[in-house]
Design a protein around this ligand. Structure first.
Ligand code: FAD
Ligand code: MLT
Ligand code: ZN
Length: 480
């Protein structure tokens, strides 16, 4: 006997569009496997109208709804709460058409379920690129990237995902469709609604399509891996690189020796071409859409200065696309390696650049004092001050004690972020993971404004409940 709710979604979406709870496991498990949940079912609509139908059906049956893209989110916002017995996951995976690429206007109109790397391949056919790059690009979808306002490796130069959004099509919690998918940079007719849904983490509506800003695809790319004695020396190289090459510098990623130890231990197939593992390893990338600019001259100038000033002690420059990919694989294996190592405490934070090195050394010292048996792995996006301060127990034997110390270790990191005037949430968003932290560390006016926004657009509180702001029945208004 088919459950009436299954029946309702099956008649709306067809067999291919609705998975019952028994087939929903993978959609209920977050990337970090922190809080596996059991959704009532998974809706997989293939059109905007079908998405609107799902939203209306959820309202009719009083079901909560979690929009889901590639499910690579890291803050517990892509899967329902474990306690939510009436939760539906709305997967955008079947809403995956690249509607059109405007070569003259350098924009693309794309549906939410398109995977980032697939979009990049399609744009490359037209010598264009979306300046958004991150390690999860093989799974992360356009809707998820917009909804988390993703940062990634190029953010310091090209902005975050919100800066690349010209237009949006969104299904609102009422089931109405906001058709704002326009292709203009300048579109100032009232409140900037397109900005509202960037970073809303699925709490204000379901993004079904977007128009995004593209750039000419690089004609020349130079990628370097440099061994640096300290983070300051890596920062000297980045500053010099920006003076010499300006906007041709497209990425500046730093890795700590601990992160490379994790890669060597858990992703041993990934090679580190540098002879010795330095305290800090810096990955730099320069690119130019023009064939006329002597890019390599600028790069050689930067490398020479780095070596002459002892900012770098060793280095390698990619001499092929394969070697370039290998250098990026080293950087992008850190996240997966730390996941394979076991439990971890992730801290996606940013601090003003001139304080970054001191912030990392002061916080590391405090952490070591509090709990010596841990691996402290700071790495990330050096040019915008976004450091991923991820902690793991030194070995599985230390796991229980490490988790028992979690609140204390989290407080050490986040208190230091506030002390150094940084952000407790740099690029991954708040999700459910950081709601209490945000209530505690952001001012009352800001948190109440967010609650007002949430309650006015989603008065029934059924869109991704518990994300960004606690549901009203959970916590009192923001203290202080
Ligand atoms: P999901 O995880 O499916 O969802 C994320 C959020 O968006 C949820 O709140 C969900 O409800 C909402 N959502 C999804 N689709 C829609 C939609 N169509 N409409 C409305 N809401 C929607 N992040 C960075 O910013 N920078 C990085 O460098 C980075 N590197 C990463 C590396 C690895 C290996 C991994 C696993 C993750 C990394 N992330 C990074 C985090 C993650 O990839 C990003 O947050 C990404 O934007 C999530 O996209 P997604 O499609 O997987 O979204
Ligand atoms: C990355 O930049 O690799 C991720 O955002 C960091 C993380 O996994 O914490
Ligand atoms: Zn990152």
């Amino acid at each position: 006997m088919t459950h009436p709710i299954d029946q309702a979604f099956l008649s709306l979406l067809g067999a291919n569009g609705w998975l019952t709870s028994d087939d929903a496991a993978q959609y209920g498990e977050d990337w970090l496997k922190k809080e596996p949940s059991k959704p009532l079912g998974v809706a997989r609509p293939g059109t905007t109208e079908a998405v609107a139908g799902v939203v209306r059906l959820c309202a009719e049956h009083n079901l909560s709804l979690t929009p889901q893209g590639g499910n690579t989110g890291l803050v517990l916002a892509s899967t329902p709460r474990q306690t939510d017995a009436r939760a539906v996951v709305l997967s955008l995976e079947r809403l995956n058409d690249i509607r059109s690429i405007d070569v003259v206007g350098q924009t693309v109109s794309v549906e939410a379920g398109v995977v980032l790397n697939s979009l990049q391949e399609a744009c490359a056919q037209h010598q264009l690129t979306l300046p958004m790059h991150l390690g999860s690009g093989g799974s992360a979808q356009i809707g998820g990237l917009i909804s988390t306002n993703a940062g990634g490796t190029h953010a310091f130069r090209d902005g975050m995902m919100a800066d690349l959004v010209f237009g949006l099509e969104v299904v609102l919690p009422s089931g109405d469709v906001w058709r704002g998918n326009r292709a203009m940079l300048k579109d100032n007719a009232g409140y900037p609604l397109r900005r509202l849904f960037c970073g809303a983490e699925g709490t204000l509506g379901v993004i079904t399509a977007a128009t995004l800003k593209l750039k000419p695809r690089p004609h020349q790319t130079e990628t370097l891996l440099l061994a640096c004695p300290t983070l300051e020396s890596a920062q000297h190289i980045v500053s010099h690189g920006r003076r010499i090459a300006g906007a041709l510098l497209s990425a500046a990623e730093f890795m700590d020796e601990t992160g490379l130890y994790l890669v060597a231990s858990h992703c041993s197939h990934v090679a580190n071409p540098l002879e010795k593992v330095a305290k800090i390893t810096l990955l730099l990338e320069f690119e130019s859409p023009s064939s006329q600019i002597p890019l390599d001259d600028a790069v050689q100038n930067i490398v020479t200065s780095a070596l002459e000033n002892d900012w770098a002690t060793d280095g390698v420059q990619a001499s092929s696309e394969q070697q370039r990919n290998d250098l990026w694989e080293l950087r992008e294996s850190i996240t997966e390696s730390q996941r394979r190592h076991g439990v971890q405490l992730k801290h996606d934070v940013s601090v003003p650049l001139q304080a970054l090195s001191e912030f990392i050394s002061v916080t590391t010292e405090r952490l070591q004092e509090a709990f010596p048996a841990q691996l402290i792995n700071p790495f990330g996006h050096l040019a915008d001050g976004n450091v991923h301060f991820n902690l793991s127990p030194a070995s599985t034997q230390d796991e229980t004690e490490f988790l028992a110390a979690a609140d204390q270790l989290n407080a050490i990191v986040y208190d230091a972020v506030v002390e150094f005037n940084g952000s407790i949430a740099a690029e991954h968003g708040l999700g459910r993971s950081k709601v209490t932290l945000a209530d505690r560390s952001r001012d009352r006016c800001e948190r109440l404004l967010m609650k007002t926004l949430k309650n006015s657009i989603d008065p029934r509180g059924t869109m991704n409940p518990g994300v960004i702001v606690a549901t009203t029945d959970e916590v009192p208004d923001v203290p202080g």
